[in-house]
Design a protein around this ligand. Structure first.
Ligand code: SF4
Ligand code: SF4
Length: 485
């Protein structure tokens, strides 16, 4: 048995640790939070489904898709940003910013991510809308689930699952479009000429979307997602969570009885125990039982209760976004206080700003030309017949620009050192020049030769690669080895 904490004023209750699953039939509701949810759902789905079709001009040879994860070329394109595999740390930065944003959201408004933006919520909401459209509202669906199957009912079930599968299939289809040129891939998929892996991924995502959003629904949030547990540890008494204002709602009683009680000078709460807040809840809980792990803070119970309060002529927001501090202050007869700006939120916002600024600066400051150097291992150095010393190196020249360019290679090292390219269309042998292909790494073998006069065992050398057109410079350092100093 598991001890559950009920709202202040009510006794703790014993409940089973594991309860059998009860199907939830959320009722249609209208109101402010429902409208916000529709709007956010439309924006999220529009971005997800249509972003791969947005075009971006990267010249005649670059991909024209604004957002593209190009595995064969090992590139990630995001509008004007192009990331190489060695710049994967930007993704680390993005993940840190995403986590901090989640913490900030939680510190301000509890699980608002869960209630409004999480893909599980968005797609489940969409699947519920389809279900309601075909099978009717809560009572109709409850009734139909307990009736015998008729031809009409079979048709309804068939239509619902077909539309669910179509949405799920479109979801999987949109996912693979982020990994190849979308219009081309759509054509290839339609003519069965796309790579097998594309069909496999569409199949996997169709199945997971259909299962999670159509069948598992609130169970994903309650049992599978770690965020509710983490969130509970991160929240504080100032966070605004969806809360039943029991100080105003209790004792619950009908409109008629409440009027009689109030006339007799007795206390009657504003809650009329109509259960509308429970009926609309997508996780099937009663918010009047206090804060619960299942609550995704979607605010739909606020809309439901506001509609009831408006009908019976009582002030709205018997359920609302509320902090623990405010509840206690009201009980103590003190004025309400909301503190969005506090050390926790300032810290999260500050960290987001710092990490974001670091990413922005490094992004703006990053070089589009780089060079790596590898000293020959065997032999490390060679003594020539005239007594001079020769060292060999392999240079890896990286051109991140979307066009070809010519670079010259100079070297600073032992006095009088000379550089010569071994594998090259070099125009001037003593100052090798190389044409670098767009978006590619070019390998170049060079040898350095220096007179063996008072050379130490190891002398630092710097290779300087200069773009002759743009003037961009990249450098790499190594050593010039003298085997017989
Ligand atoms: S209790 Fe209210 S806010 Fe919480 S999940 Fe249910 S409807 Fe949404
Ligand atoms: S909707 Fe409002 S009045 Fe009705 S049961 Fe819920 S809290 Fe009480």
């Amino acid at each position: 048995m598991n001890k559950m904490v009920s709202p202040a004023g009510l006794e703790p209750v014993d409940g089973p640790l594991y309860a059998p699953h009860k199907k939830v039939y959320p009722q249609r509701v209208s109101g402010t939070f429902r409208r916000i949810k529709w709007a956010l759902m439309a924006v999220c789905l529009a971005i997800y489904y249509f972003l791969p079709f947005v075009r971006w001009d990267r010249g005649p040879t670059g991909p024209s898709q604004a957002v593209l994860i190009d595995f064969p070329s090992r590139r990630f394109y995001f509008f004007f940003i192009e990331l190489w595999p060695q710049e994967v740390y930007y993704f680390t930065g993005l993940l840190i910013v995403a986590a901090l944003t989640l913490f900030l959201m939680n510190a301000v408004g509890g699980r608002i991510w869960c209630g409004y933006l999480c893909p599980q919520t968005v797609w489940t909401d969409l699947f519920y809308a389809v279900e309601r459209f075909i099978e009717g509202d809560r009572r109709d669906r409850q009734k139909k689930d307990h009736e015998k199957l008729t031809l009409r009912r079979v048709g309804e079930i068939g239509a619902k699952h077909t539309i669910w599968l179509m949405i799920a299939w479109w979801t999987g289809g949109a996912w693979v479009l982020y990994f190849a040129d979308a219009p081309t891939l759509v054509k290839d998929l339609a003519t069965f000429q796309a790579p097998l892996i594309a069909y496999v991924w569409i199949g996997i995502l169709t199945l997971t979307t259909y299962t999670f959003a159509g069948h598992m629904r609130e169970q994903v949030c309650t049992y599978m997602c770690p965020w509710p547990r983490i969130q509970a540890a991160l929240t504080d008494e100032w966070a605004l969570n969806v809360t039943y204002r029991y100080d105003r709602g209790e004792p619950r009683t009908s409109v008629k009885k409440a009027a009689a009680l109030r006339e007799a000078g007795e206390i009657a709460g504003d809650c009329i125990d109509c259960n509308q807040c429970v009926a609309v809840c997508p996780t099937g809980i009663d918010i009047r039982d206090g804060a619960q792990l299942e609550c995704i803070q979607c605010g739909l119970c606020i809309d439901a209760c506001d509609n009831v309060m408006a009908k019976i002529g009582r002030p709205t927001r018997l359920i609302g976004y509320e902090s623990e501090v405010n509840l206690e202050r009201r009980l103590a007869g003190k004025p309400e206080q909301t503190r969005i700006v506090r050390p926790r939120t300032v810290l999260y916002a500050g960290l987001i700003a710092v990490v974001g600024a670091i990413m922005l600066v490094t992004l703006l400051d990053r070089t589009f030309l780089s060079v790596n150097v590898l000293h020959d291992r065997n032999p490390v150095a060679v003594k020539l017949s005239d007594g001079s010393i020769r060292n060999g190196y392999t240079l890896h020249l990286l051109n991140k620009r979307g066009f070809q360019r010519t670079v010259a290679i100079d070297v600073d090292g032992p006095p009088g050192v000379q550089i010569r390219a071994v594998t090259l269309d070099s125009i001037t042998p003593d100052r090798p020049m190389v044409t670098l292909e767009r978006d590619a790494t070019t390998e170049l073998r060079v040898v350095l030769t220096a007179a063996n006069e008072d050379l130490p065992a190891s002398t630092p050398v710097t290779f300087r690669v200069t773009d002759l057109g743009l003037g961009e410079i990249a450098t790499a350092t190594d050593h010039f080895v003298n085997p017989q100093p």
